[in-house]
Design a protein around this ligand. Structure first.
Ligand code: SF4
Ligand code: SF4
Length: 501
């Protein structure tokens, strides 16, 4: 029996899992038009590999990874790229970014697929396959998975905690596709040399835990273990789950591998197995439809599918007034439901005034300290709030603003109903914008200084060339003058027409 460790803070909101977890995963129909953003990972750029008018096959790479932190993007179905243009992304920033607009041909025809034997291939080949498959963390962070696999560890944690209320896509995945999750975990373990694998699942998902245990028994993996952890939000946070399962507290600025541990979501492990064993890149995901729907549940859908098409499957009730991407704690209200499903879309939560009444008006902070007690990252949320509110961003950083995982526990317990996370997001975006501006100004200054240096260097080179030329001319003239003197002397010594004696 594995000893469990509690993590600091946290809350116990109503889970509301049963509404969407009771029915099997449905397959979303193929939409006629897909909008595929070229950038869908937390880091790295993409080199666009298609042009408007080009035909593509399902699984074809349409954007290759730039740099070591990039991940590839693929056509989710066969068809024609009818345009490449900037479209608004389903992201809290609501910024636009380049997307491929693909008209599906209905054939859903795959490119050639070449399965890989993860255990006979060299580890670099397997990691490249995972990178080329565009796999990112499907728990919400969308960090490139191949980067996280580039370390040697003792313990691999597979995250099936799924702690946020209403969301059940990982629960259904574990119940229905446990053998593929185990296969993916085995590949990651092999790559990272882990001695043991711990599947962390909250104890409110007994069916998922049972399915995973059966899959482990069938596959015969004695080094792997399913561990049920107490239901407490945010037990599914990476650092929190590692803490609960291993007792390891990863401090600010450090990463799991510094302590011999790494964590991947169950959806990510499943995607790794599909990529390696079947050569299927990450072109689909499971999305929970929860909240104010006539037909809540989970739907497997292609990346790039318009969100409207999924909502039609769940049929939001007439009093629905918002759609949130993500859960009620960490999600954000979508500005527009015509936006596409992306790799980070784990849930589309339909909200109504009855299910999610508007919060009471914001009151002044009474410094009760409830937020500090609830914070799983041991931050001081009210101090962060004061400094963010007064735009003292330097101080927010001193108070470790960027260690905040935006879990929302502080806002949940705040008796003054202060939307604390909104203040933190505002401060973070301001700091990032200022850093971008500073980087742009630094680049402009460097360009100016280089141009000045180049102009001065060219001036000096020109002056040196002119001086060399003048010296050459002078030497030539001197030489010519000497020759003339000699010739005149010779002419005097030997008048014309007389032979030398
Ligand atoms: S919980 Fe709210 S009122 Fe209490 S200290 Fe924190 S921010 Fe202030
Ligand atoms: S949102 Fe940030 S500050 Fe608030 S409880 Fe979570 S980690 Fe702490």
């Amino acid at each position: 029996m594995l000893e469990l460790f509690g993590f600091p803070g946290g809350i116990k909101p109503d889970s509301h899992k049963e509404e969407s977890a009771g029915t099997p995963i449905r397959q979303a129909p193929l939409p006629p038009l897909l909008v595929v953003p070229f950038r869908q990972s937390a880091t790295g750029g993409v080199d666009i590999r298609v042009k408007a008018g080009e035909r593509v096959l399902k699984g074809q790479c349409i954007g290759s990874a730039e740099g070591p932190f990039g991940t590839c993007v693929h056509a989710p179905t066969s068809g024609t790229v009818i345009a490449i243009e900037a479209r608004t992304l389903p992201h809290p920033s609501a910024l636009a970014a380049p997307c491929a607009i693909i008209e599906a041909d209905g054939a859903d025809a795959w490119r050639e697929r070449v399965p890989l034997d993860a255990y006979s291939a060299d580890p670099e080949t397997v990691r490249s396959r995972i990178r080329e498959a565009g796999i990112v963390g499907l728990g919400g962070a969308v960090f490139p998975s191949h980067v996280k696999m580039n370390a040697r560890i003792d313990t691999l944690v597979i995250n099936g905690a799924e702690c946020e209320p209403w969301i059940t896509c990982d629960d259904r995945l574990m119940r229905e596709r446990a053998p593929m999750i185990v296969a993916g975990a085995a590949i990651i373990r092999h790559l990272m040399g882990a001695k043991r694998v711990l599947f962390g699942i909250e104890d409110n998902k007994p069916d998922a835990a049972a399915a995973m245990r059966t899959a482990l028994q069938t596959a015969g993996h004695p080094e792997m273990q399913v561990v049920t952890v107490p239901t407490r939000y945010p037990a599914g946070g990476e650092k929190q789950l590692i803490h609960v399962l291993t007792g390891i507290e990863i401090p600010y600025g450090k990463l799991g591998p510094d302590f011999g541990v790494q964590c991947f979501n169950v959806g990510t492990a499943h995607a790794v197995a599909r990529a390696v064993l079947h050569d299927e890149p990450l072109i689909s995901r499971i999305v929970t439809l929860a909240g104010n729907y006539a037909w809540p549940g989970n739907v497997e859908t292609l990346i790039g599918t318009p969100i409207d098409a999924l909502l039609a499957l769940g049929e939001p009730k007439p009093d629905t007034d918002r759609i949130v991407m993500g859960g009620p704690m960490m999600g954000f209200v979508l500005p527009d439901t015509s936006l596409p499903v992306v790799k980070a879309t784990n849930c589309l939560l339909a909200m109504s005034p009855t299910l999610f009444p508007p919060p009471p008006p914001e009151m002044p902070c009474i410094r009760c300290g409830a937020c500090t007690r609830a914070c799983p990252m041991l931050l001081q949320p009210h101090e962060l709030y004061w400094y963010a509110r007064s735009k003292n961003f330097g101080k927010t950083q001193e108070y470790h603003l960027f260690d905040c995982i935006e879990c929302g526990c502080c806002a949940y317990v705040c008796p003054a109903h202060i939307p604390l996370v909104d203040y933190y997001r505002f401060a973070k975006s301001e700091i990032r914008a200022r850093e971008r501006e500073k980087a742009a100004a630094d680049r402009a200054r460097e360009r100016y200084e280089f141009r000045k240096y180049r102009e001065e260097r060219e001036k000096a080179e020109k002056a040196a060339r002119l001086a060399a030329k003048a010296a050459e001319t002078k030497a030539k003239l001197a030489q010519e003058g000497a020759a003339a003197v000699i010739a005149a002397a010779q002419s005097r010594a030997h008048p014309e027409g007389k032979d030398e004696a």
